[in-house]
Design a protein around this ligand. Structure first.
Ligand code: ADP
Ligand code: MG
Length: 700
């Protein structure tokens, strides 16, 4: 019985991981596969055949009947096309087969995935290529092989390909820096990511009654509940039995898949929770996060619950994000964002830290673009979320060190020391866990950076692609200069100083939720405030960004144009679906419900008059008046919303269309909602067609 086994016995039982490979492959095949995994060596077809054979046997022993190339198209979710292992045998039966060729390459029809003009229609096929750095796993009866997805002309049609390229770019530049510091043995440097995932749980019963949740993943209407998150009693509070049972099964399923699910707790809002895994390489963390989101939703259904991954399922209630914890480490486990023991290690740490500071300042727009979706726009800048302005929190101590370096003054820390690089010992930085830290979109937390703008339903691929590449660019600039320097230490010191001087505007240790910050950020510091997706995404095609991303081979110019089209296309589609859903709900359910209640009130009033003409009908009259006025408002607003959508038809360019949606459709939606929400507060509960916010948030 499964339940009898201990976690360490079943952890990774559905993964063809290193343990399985070592056991199933000959020493020679294993060694050559390891080289491919660790050093990116090309895989020989005989090795691929041997791996495929072993993988198939293993998968069959776990009950799998099919295999699929599992990939991450630009829809933001994962895709799979299943093929069974069967091959007809001469005797009329079947044998189960799986070749090296089938392992390495697949050819799904690419025509139904977004490609932003990258794939001419005559070239409907794309291909998927095995990514051996991420282990194959079993889901249901499928052997899933993580793959990259490209068009036949070699353009990336997915998120994994650019992610792998960005990791390679970072590896290349970081190795140059390490060599400058005398490190000859490190073979590879990789970004590591641990991503905390927030989500809401509501009952399926409530969910089924809300067309807005079913069609769009968020509530489009809903008056504020009488009890929200103001008591702060949910955060880290006791987990309810039904939620605990869900988490238990979720953990089990994730552990079987080798996902290092580690912590779980309640979040700020009622019904909101969080799951955090132990960090791993950016590539695997991305695959695992996609799997986590999928399994979260699947397990919820088994418990008659629904897991909402939308960034803002409920207006006025804390939104959901992911905290993308990011660091860089060598193959021997040295974290380059960890202050070291020796002066040399510390100089290296400061240089890498500066590379991140410079990257975040130079490419604020790219980081914002990496998290740009219609859903996340509702969250960024709302008062509990990080603002749309990007800044870095370093904490007072580290900021003090940087200031001392910049001004050549003694650092007044634990003990005053002159901050001459390569000479002094840095103090140990304790992690700053103040509230100010928590409001920062990009915070240094001791030995890693935590990027908090990522939306809860987003793939983390995009933000890590931008982060990896932008930091690779800073490191490249440093390496270019330092490799030619006559006096390394002086050049290093100067460069660190210059970075601090040029980029200190991005460092902000204050309260990011404070209204005055946005003003200061924009007016005094000149930081970008890209509030909505249509404000941010056009910057993807700015020359400086195209130059940088193509220079590192992470995206081609065509690929960037396709991302521009697809990201804005998704934005438009999302809002239009929401607008249609709203108009429909208001017209066919809300307005009629209000009418029904008005009729009931009117009937009551007439009945009262018949009974006794002196009875006071002021209550009914007053309500009938207010609701009638609201219902007229609702019908006018529905019409205006529909007109705003009709006016989109004439706009062809996607950037213009997205901007028009931001300025008109979203505003009309807001106005329609206002009238409906007010009507909800006035209408007797039994007439209202939907469960209220209170019903939803306290349903489990
Ligand atoms: P919190 O932010 O909730 O206080 P932690 O700091 O313990 O939680 O960790 C949050 C996430 O950061 C976890 O997923 C953890 O694995 C990850 N993490 C910890 N160290 C690193 C690191 N060096 N690089 C990347 N992620 C890390
Ligand atoms: Mg965190």
């Amino acid at each position: 019985m499964f339940a009898m086994r201990t976690v360490s016995e079943y952890f990774g039982s559905l993964v063809f991981d290193d343990r399985e490979m070592r056991a199933a492959l000959t020493a020679e095949v294993y060694a050559s596969l390891r080289k491919t995994i660790d050093e990116g060596r090309k895989l020989d077809i005989t090795v691929a055949n041997a791996v495929a054979f072993a993988m198939k046997d293993w998968a069959l022993s776990k009950g799998a009947t099919h295999f699929t190339h599992w990939f991450q198209p630009l829809t933001g979710i994962t895709a799979e096309k299943h093929d069974s292992f069967i091959m007809p045998a001469p005797d009329g039966g079947v044998i189960m087969e799986f070749s090296g060729k089938e392992l390495i390459k697949g050819e799904p029809d690419a025509s139904s995935f977004p490609n932003g003009g990258l794939r001419a229609t005559f070239e409907a096929r794309g291909y998927t290529a095995w990514d051996p750095t991420s282990y194959a796993f079993i889901k249901g009866k499928e052997l899933c092989i993580p793959t990259a997805f490209c068009s036949y002309s070699g353009h990336a049609l997915d998120k994994k390909t650019p992610l792998l390229r960005s990791m390679e770019a970072l590896n290349k530049q970081a190795l140059r820096i390490l060599r400058l510091f005398g490190d000859k043995k490190t073979k590879c440097v990789r970004p590591f990511v641990g991503c905390e995932q927030e989500y809401f749980l509501i009952t399926k019963e409530m969910y089924d009654k809300r067309p807005d949740l079913r069609y769009t993943g968020r509530t489009l209407f809903g008056a504020k509940p009488s009890k929200g998150q103001e008591m702060d009693d949910h955060y880290f509070g006791a987990i309810k039995p039904r939620v605990a049972a869900y988490m238990e099964e979720l953990n089990e399923e994730l552990w079987k898949l080798g996902v290092l699910a580690k912590t779980e707790h309640n979040e700020v809002a009622p019904a909101q929770h969080e799951l955090a895994p132990i960090y791993t390489t950016a590539n695997i963390a991305t695959d695992h996060n996609q799997l986590t989101m999928e399994i979260m939703q699947k397990v919820a259904r088994k418990h008659n619950l629904i897991c909402l991954l939308h960034e803002k399922p409920f207006a006025g209630v804390n939104g959901s994000g992911k905290h993308n914890n990011w660091s860089i480490a060598t193959d021997s486990g040295q974290n380059l964002l960890s202050p070291g023991e020796t002066p040399y290690e510390n100089a290296q740490f400061l240089l890498v830290l500066c590379a991140v500071i410079k990257a975040v300042d130079d490419y604020q727009d790219l980081l914002r673009i990496g998290v740009a979706t219609a859903g996340n726009d509702h969250r960024l800048g709302a008062n509990e979320a990080p603002p749309a302005v990007i800044s870095i929190f370093l904490g007072d101590e580290l900021t003090g060190v940087l200031e001392a370096i910049e001004t050549d003054t003694p650092y007044q820390g634990v003990k005053a020391t002159q901050m001459k690089l390569g000479v002094d010992v840095l103090p140990k930085f304790r992690r700053d866990t103040t509230d100010r830290n928590r409001t920062s979109p990009f915070a240094f937390t001791g030995n890693k950076f935590e990027f908090r703008m990522v939306g809860s339903s987003d793939s983390i691929a995009c933000s890590n692609i931008m982060l990896n590449t932008a930091v690779a660019e800073s490191l490249k600039i440093y390496a270019d200069r330092l490799e030619g320097a006559a006096d390394f230490e002086t050049a290093l010191h100067e460069m660190i100083r210059k970075t601090i001087k040029d980029h200190k505007r991005i460092i902000f240790n204050g309260n990011g939720y404070d209204g005055s910050w946005i003003k200061e950020a924009m007016e005094k510091r000149g930081l970008m405030n890209l509030r909505a997706t249509p404000d941010a995404v056009p910057h993807l095609l700015d020359k400086k960004n195209v130059d940088m991303l193509t220079r590192h081979g992470v995206y081609s110019e065509e690929e960037l144009k396709s991302r521009y089209e697809i990201t804005l296309g998704n934005y438009c589609k999302t809002v239009i679906i929401e607008a249609n859903t709203m108009a429909d709900m208001a017209r066919t359910q809300i307005a009629p419900a209000v009418e029904e209640y008005i009729a009931a009130l009117a009937n009551t009033a007439s009945a009262k008059k018949v009974l006794d003409s002196t009875l006071d009908c002021g209550y009914e009259k007053e309500l009938i008046w207010r609701l009638s006025v609201l219902n007229v408002k609702i019908s006018v607003k529905v019409k205006e919303l529909e007109e705003s959508m009709q006016s989109l038809a004439s706009v062809k360019e996607i950037g213009e269309k997205a901007a028009l949606i931001r300025d008109t459709v979203l505003e009309r939606m807001e106005e329609l909602r206002e009238g409906c929400d007010e009507a909800e507060t006035l209408t007797a509960k039994k007439y209202w067609p939907y469960p209220s916010y209170g019903d939803l948030l306290f349903s489990v």
